[in-house]
Design a protein around this ligand. Structure first.
Ligand SMILES: [Zn+2]
Length: 229
């Protein structure tokens, strides 16, 4: 078993996938469209445990996984797809190939600690050990470019503090989503050396979709799956 993980930029894009509904070719690997799983992504902290029947969810007339913003699986050749444009994608996996997770962690998902939720479920469902898990925090909007209202700022900082997670912020009314996710993963028991941060700001990079910059409806494709060799 090996894990295939991919954090995308604007190509291949989500809208083209929806229009064409054909297999994805990513880094020389063909990802069958009928093995993808797509969630509704409603800014929840719901992490769905996939079954084989979830393959193809969000494609054709197979509905998306309702409400969920994350999923976990141990099923080989099932690929969990998260779409983002400023929200941060997070991929977590056991290097043995035992289980993988993909998360959509925007402001609300991060405020609710969906990353910590996913780690808990990987432990409960697949007996993963947090200290073994690897995580990648993908491209999202950086703190400098993410200014929010005083109310939203206070809610975010308060929620994290209540979970015992240090709610650092570079300055008032700016939210550091990627840094917060990093601290949530540490709080969940991951080791610092096992967390990789892309440190890419979607707002700054023209080769990424950014909702705040463009109001775009298109999205980056991020995915992870266990490959059966
Ligand atoms: Zn930025």
């Amino acid at each position: 078993m090996r894990v295939f993980s991919y954090l995308g930029n604007a190509r291949p894009d989500y809208r083209s996938l929806m229009r064409e509904q054909i297999d994805l070719l990513i880094e020389g690997v063909s990802i069958p469209v009928n093995r993808l799983v797509i969630a509704e992504q409603t800014h929840s902290k719901l992490v769905h445990q996939c079954t084989a029947a979830d393959c193809g969810a969000g494609l054709g007339d197979h509905p998306q996984i309702a409400v969920a913003d994350g999923f976990i699986t141990d099923i080989p050749n099932q690929y969990l797809l998260i779409r983002t444009a400023d929200c941060t994608p997070v991929l977590i996996y056991d290097p043995s190939g035992k289980a993988v997770a993909a998360l959509h962690s925007g402001r609300e998902g991060t405020r609710k600690n969906i990353a910590g939720q996913a780690v808990e479920q990987l432990v409960e469902s697949y007996s993963c050990k947090p200290q073994d898990l690897l995580a990648v925090i993908g491209a999202g909007i950086c703190a400098e470019h993410y200014e929010v209202s005083p109310q939203i700022y206070d809610d975010f900082i308060t929620s994290l503090a209540q979970m015992g997670i240090e709610a650092q912020s570079p300055r008032y009314r700016h939210l550091d989503i990627q840094g917060s996710i990093y601290r949530q993963l540490i709080h969940a028991g991951l080791l610092p050396g096992n967390i990789h941060e892309h440190e890419i700001c979607t707002f700054e990079r023209e080769d990424y979709f950014s909702f705040r910059r463009d109001g775009t409806h298109n999205r980056q494709i991020n995915l992870i799956g266990i490959q059966d060799e």
